[in-house]
Design a protein around this ligand. Structure first.
Ligand SMILES: Nc1ncnc2c1ncn2[C@@H]1O[C@H](COP(=O)(O)OP(=O)(O)OP(=O)(O)O)[C@@H](O)[C@H]1O
Length: 320
């Protein structure tokens, strides 16, 4: 399994594709239909094994467009891998995945490599990139948010994506919202942004928040990244007192991420920011952590308390 750096532009990738006669898998095409039919379209047994390894068998009854960002990514990967090929390049396969799904994907790709499939992948998070600076505007108004016992079920779904969640703030700071793929993070941000109305409960804020949804556009090449960078720049330039950012660091290079963290901390001195993320580095900069599991809030407290209580987090940070 080989990581293809994009520092030298398309050349390295093109060379590898040519010499290995590899198929490029972009993972950005929207798929249509039921997850079960997509994954078993080719060899049904292979599809079932891939789904088990990627932990997506519980999505079989869903349509592709009813999945969360990470769930879609996993379905796309399973769909691509279910069509046997001898050599392939996966474009940004680890985006949107929680830590456990990422580990499973690495394991699966290693297994396929051992079986003789030649696999390469791109990963912008591993690229150094160029240092661009975000400009941060100060917020003057003070944030005021009350999320009171909200519950939401997506149309035609049997279970709640967010259930009995409350969250309150009266001051600036950075809250990082974590939880595995499908745990309800994006839905909670949509509820706070009032993009969707809760079935039960209420959201109140004093000033309309700035809401940046998760980026569904892919591709390792510069145009897509500049777009994300520009969106983040607009967020930092805003004077809103409440900012809702869904997976803001997806697709950023190392240097862009570093400056993003600096800008985030600076902005959090005057505004209240809620970031939904799988990016463990952001946990380190958070004042407050909230953790969702199956739509329920299972933790809400400050970072030091989270680090004390989360055996998994301490294990991960000591091993990294
Ligand atoms: N448009 C939709 N229609 C039906 N169900 C949906 C829809 N969007 C999300 N869901 C479901 O709601 C649940 C929560 O999804 P949500 O996108 O909030 O999770 P998430 O924590 O943001 O996941 P990820 O980390 O993958 O982005 C999941 O079970 C998901 O399958």
């Amino acid at each position: 399994m080989r990581w293809l750096s994009l520092t030298d532009g398309h050349e390295v990738l093109d060379d590898w594709v040519r010499t290995e006669q590899a198929k490029i898998v972009h993972l950005d095409t929207p798929l249509a239909g039921k997850v079960a039919s997509l994954i078993s379209e080719g060899d049904a047994l292979r599809g079932a094994e891939l789904a088990a390894l990627l932990q997506i068998d519980h999505l079989f009854h869903k349509r592709f467009d009813e999945c969360s960002s990470g769930e879609r990514q996993l379905v796309r990967i399973a769909y691509a891998l279910s069509k046997s090929t001898e050599a392939l390049v996966l474009i940004e396969p680890f985006r949107h995945l929680d830590r456990f799904r990422s580990e499973h994907l690495s394991m699966l790709l290693r297994r396929l490599t051992n079986l003789g499939v030649r696999i390469a992948y791109t990963d912008r998070a591993r690229e150094r990139g160029v240092a661009d600076r975000f400009l941060v505007a100060k917020t003057i108004t003070s944030p005021h948010l009350d999320v009171n016992d909200v519950s939401y079920r997506h149309p035609l779904q049997a279970s709640y994506a967010v259930e009995h969640v409350s969250y309150e703030t009266r001051g600036p700071g950075l809250t990082v919202c974590i939880g595995t793929n499908g745990s309800g993070k994006s839905t909670l941000l949509e509820l706070i942004a009032k993009s969707v109305r809760p079935l039960y409960g209420k959201v109140k804020w004093s000033e309309r928040p700035v809401y940046l949804p998760a980026d569904q556009e892919y591709g390792p090449f510069p145009h897509a990244t500049n777009r994300r960078f520009a969106q983040l720049q607009a967020v930092f330039a805003s004077e809103a007192s409440l900012l809702l950012l869904d997976e803001p660091t997806v697709g950023l290079t190392e240097l862009e991420r570093r400056d993003f963290e600096r800008a985030l901390s600076e902005k959090a001195e005057t505004a209240h920011i809620i970031c939904a993320t799988h990016d463990e580095q952001l946990i380190k900069t958070a004042d407050r952590i909230i953790c969702l599991s199956n739509g329920a809030l299972v933790f809400d407290g400050d970072r030091s308390e989270y680090m004390k209580r989360s055996a998994l987090w301490s294990h991960m940070s000591s091993s990294s």
